[in-house]
Design a binder for this molecule. Structure first.
Ligand code: SF4
Ligand code: SF4
Ligand code: SF4
Length: 256
């Protein structure tokens, strides 16, 4: 009998699930290995009997926490996929302000009754990564996830192997592509401390890496600091500029 797989979404744009739905030529290979029993984006059927839970999205509300705990109880293996589940996502930036400040900034001028003062979002608006709420067996980084990497991680877990998530920085892939380093043209980039695997997607097209794949576990922080000093920046300056996906680290969470 094939392992039964179920997909779940929490606070997210559902773009990572869309990546999986778009697996295209790899899809049949994946379906040969597993039975998908729940996947709201692509099928109506749902079953609470599953072996592997794939969780997308950050956990913000009490009701999300309880739902996730139920999923964890049922699943033998739980995989957090995408930056929202892995790091808390862009929405985690809201943790820097109080619920009242977020409400004022986002809904300035709106009648509170229109947005609902009893809105559960405002009851517990602190976004967390999935592994800050329940134990996680594996994670797949990225915003969105790379669908080929998704398939590789799933196959590795199904065959009892370690998920092939790179433990070296984006700079390695960037150098292999012989890109001009963005620091030399006055930009700043999180490539030196960010987990590779995206093929240096952003710097290759002239865009600064925002660390959507999270930091590598053991970044060469001193080497990064040396690069910053060379280009007239301090670590504090770059951290204050690059907060899109890095709130988790600024809050002191672990670096997986
Ligand atoms: S990680 Fe990015 S693409 Fe995936 S659900 Fe979150 S916001 Fe969407
Ligand atoms: S552009 Fe970014 S990823 Fe590429 S070498 Fe420079 S710092 Fe590293
Ligand atoms: S270059 Fe950085 S921000 Fe862009 S996809 Fe890769 S890890 Fe994410």
């Amino acid at each position: 009998m094939k392992p039964r797989v179920a997909f779940f979404d929490f606070a997210s744009c559902e773009g990572c699930q869309l990546q999986v739905a778009n697996l295209e030529e790899t899809l049949l290979d994946v379906l040969a290995l597993v039975d998908v029993v729940s996947f709201r984006e692509v099928m109506k059927e749902h079953s609470d009997d599953y072996d592997i839970a794939l969780v997308e999205g950050s956990i913000a509300r009490r009701m999300d926490e309880e739902r996730l705990q139920e999923i964890r109880k049922r699943a033998k293996v739980l995989i957090a996929f995408g930056a929202c589940a892995h790091l808390g996502g862009v929405q985690r930036l809201g943790n820097h302000w109080s619920p009242e400040e977020n409400k004022r900034i986002v809904y300035d001028g709106a009648d509170p009754r229109d947005i609902g003062d009893g809105n559960p979002f405002f009851e517990q608006p602190r976004h967390r990564a999935v592994d800050e709420v329940v134990p996680v067996d594996a994670f797949i980084p990225g915003c969105p996830v790379n669908r080929d990497e998704f398939a590789r991680v799933l196959v590795a877990l199904l065959t009892g192997n370690k998920p092939p998530i790179p433990e070296y920085p984006v700079c390695v892939e960037c150098k292999k592509k012989e890109n001009v380093c963005l620091f030399t043209v006055g930009k700043v980039c999180m490539g030196p401390v960010t987990r590779a695997g995206c093929g240096a997607a952003c710097p290759t097209f002239g865009n600064e890496c925002e660390a959507c794949r999270g930091y590598i576990s053991h970044p060469q922080e001193q080497a990064q600091a040396d690069v910053l000093v060379k280009y007239g920046l301090t670590p504090d300056e770059i951290l204050s500029r690059k907060t899109l996906f890095t709130s988790r680290y600024l809050e002191g969470g672990r670096t997986a």
